[in-house]
Design a protein around this ligand. Structure first.
Ligand code: ADP
Ligand code: TRP
Length: 320
């Protein structure tokens, strides 16, 4: 089984990214041949500053390696080090119906947020299809908001294969239902564009302040509370064992538990969870040569597949 996922270097990674995409992708690295990449071509659709893109790219590399990406198992690379995906995106774009892209929620959401409607933003899912199809991936672990993009990839692959012959493997999305959407501080989806995130490796004092700001209802300390309706509990459960989860749910229902106490316990768990990764990240940050060598080696592995796929696609359409 071949597994591929990517993430844009367009801001500091947060615990929504971690539970929705990074952790599932890192767990899947045990189960097959894994490819993970930093989608810097994609990030250009929203990041217009070269220094910010460079810094974001470096941060994502450090974050993934600190969180347990094993470069011996997983090919980890920058998208731009596999430039074949851009040519492949063109070959795919000519079989992609406009309507398919016009229906994409992510595009419409970005316009609604005020991002300029460039051709790159519109064609974003075609480049994503090229990432996935270039390595002939079977499985794509992503958060729920990316599911439609993987469906678009499937449609494009099927259309190309029908028209030109079987060049591409048709991939499946893989979404963990229990963490499909991690809520942010305000209860909406946690997202860097909503300013409601808890960063993975943010400043510790700021992280604590943010957790204490999580929005809850106005029930008093004595009142029994419903854990399933509580945004704070939804975050707590991500860090808790099944027993801890049950016991916290029982404390909610019994009454006498204040949200402030839950926030402190959540903070303790979050801090303990990320402490070893924070230490590892600091070591990696001090060794940029190592990080660069990992990315180059990963790109070599992905590129070997992308070159072969591109050759087959070019030949299928009548180029060469
Ligand atoms: P953001 O919304 O912060 O800009 P991205 O859209 O760059 O995040 O998402 C990167 C990856 O992380 C995607 O696979 C996405 O589905 C996942 N992801 C992002 N936010 C969440 C969330 N709140 N819950 C679950 N998964 C998420
Ligand atoms: N669009 C994805 C996101 O915003 C990032 C991405 C680019 C991706 N290419 C991909 C994810 C290929 C999975 C597979 O999160």
């Amino acid at each position: 089984m071949r597994i591929l996922s990517g993430i844009q270097p367009s801001g500091k990674l947060h615990i929504g990214n971690y539970f929705g995409m990074m952790k599932p992708a890192l767990e899947l690295q045990e189960r097959g041949e894994a490819f993970l990449f930093i989608a810097n071509y994609h990030a250009l659709t929203t990041v217009g500053d070269a220094a910010a893109l460079r810094e974001g790219t470096r941060d994502v590399a450090l974050d993934f390696l600190a969180c347990g990406l094993d470069p011996e198992r997983t090919a980890f690379y920058r998208q731009s080090d596999v430039p074949e995906v851009c040519e492949l995106a063109w070959l795919l774009s000519v079989v992609t119906p406009m309507g398919l892209l016009e229906r994409c929620h992510s595009y419409k959401d970005k316009l609604a947020k005020g991002i300029a409607a460039s051709h790159g933003l519109f064609a974003y899912p075609v480049l994503m299809a090229a990432d996935i199809l270039a390595v002939q991936s079977n499985v794509v672990p992503v958060g729920r908001d990316q599911k439609q993009h993987v469906e678009v990839t499937r449609d494009i692959a099927i259309k190309f294969n029908n028209q030109y012959g079987p060049v591409f493997t048709v991939p499946e999305p893989s979404i963990r239902d229990e963490v499909a959407v991690v809520p942010g501080l305000d209860g909406q989806k946690m997202s860097k564009s909503y300013g409601n995130t808890v960063e993975l490796f943010g400043d510790p004092a700021e992280t604590k302040r943010r957790i204490m700001r999580i929005v809850t209802d106005s029930r008093s300390l004595e009142d029994p509370k419903d854990p399933e309706a509580c945004n704070l509990f939804a975050l707590y459960r991500l860090f808790a064992s099944p027993d801890e989860r049950e016991s916290m749910a029982a404390r909610y229902r019994a009454g006498g538990l204040g949200y402030g106490t839950v926030k402190k316990e959540l903070h303790g768990k979050l801090d303990a969870h990320f402490a070893p990764m924070r230490a590892r990240r600091a070591e990696l940050a001090a060794d940029p040569g190592y990080v660069e060598s990992v990315l180059r080696r990963g790109a070599g592995r992905a590129r070997a597949l992308a070159v072969a796929t591109l050759r087959a696609a070019r030949s299928a359409v009548g180029i060469e």
